[in-house]
Design a binder for this molecule. Structure first.
Ligand SMILES: Nc1nc2c(ncn2[C@@H]2O[C@H](COP(=O)(O)OP(=O)(O)OP(=O)(O)O)[C@@H](O)[C@H]2O)c(=O)[nH]1
Ligand SMILES: [Mg+2]
Length: 196
């Protein structure tokens, strides 16, 4: 217990009152997962970024992704204290199918997931949503608004993504703290209301 206290004093000192929840931030390639966790984390986020090389050019589709030189190869990790009673541990999980093994580990113990979606690359979100449903995780959709993207109504997005009526759809800008926090809070409220 002594070493746990030393590792994460803030959380364990207030043990009786504070609950920790694991939340996944998922989404397809270059949708803004690392950006969102970096924006929200109150500790320096753990990142596993590697420079993209020519070898990956036929694998990760850079179409519509400007100025991206690195990609996440394992995970992102950050922490966000939402209130005296609730601290969130954020795990960013790569959406590419070749990372399916990472999903096996990441989904364990997770309360739910924020699924980041680029409205201009909707079809890339289908396999990610399929995976989340396959693992039985509750989720909310956060539409990351890249500059200049065509806006669609939430209803159009809901229909295009074939969502359940109760699944929350929120818009956000992964670079903006307030809007990213708003997306996460919507997810957490949704998850809390589902708890029997
Ligand atoms: N204009 C704009 N750019 C954004 C936004 N969100 C992220 N970006 C940029 O989009 C690029 C991809 O963002 P990342 O956070 O690396 O995306 P990712 O989902 O972690 O990518 P992978 O780990 O490679 O799958 C970066 O260059 C970001 O700066 C946004 O809302 N607007
Ligand atoms: Mg990333």
């Amino acid at each position: 217990m002594g070493s746990r206290l030393a590792l994460d004093k803030d959380v364990y000192v207030r043990d009786e009152v504070q609950t920790a929840a694991k939340i996944l931030v998922v989404g397809h390639f270059a949708v803004g997962k690392t950006t969102l966790i970096g924006t929200l984390s109150e500790i320096p986020p753990l990142r596993t970024e590697e420079t993209m090389t020519q070898a990956g050019s036929g694998i990760d589709d850079l179409k519509g992704v400007r100025g991206k030189t690195t990609t996440t190869v394992a995970m992102d990790f950050g922490r966000l204290t939402l209130s005296e009673k609730l601290v969130l541990y954020l795990f960013g999980t790569p959406g590419q199918q070749r990372f399916i093994q990472v999903w096996e580990d990441m989904t364990r113990g997770a309360l739910g997931a924020l699924v980041l979606v680029d409205p201009e690359r909707l079809e890339e979100s289908f396999p990610v949503i399929d995976l989340i449903e396959q693992y039985g995780l509750a989720y909310a959709i956060a539409v990351n608004h890249f500059d200049g993207t065509q806006s669609r109504t939430k209803e159009e997005l809901r229909e295009a993504l074939d969502l359940f009526p109760e699944t929350p759809v929120i818009t956000c800008d992964a670079r903006d703290q307030k809007s990213s926090a708003g997306a996460l809070i919507t997810l957490v409220q949704y998850l809390m209301n589902r708890v029997p």
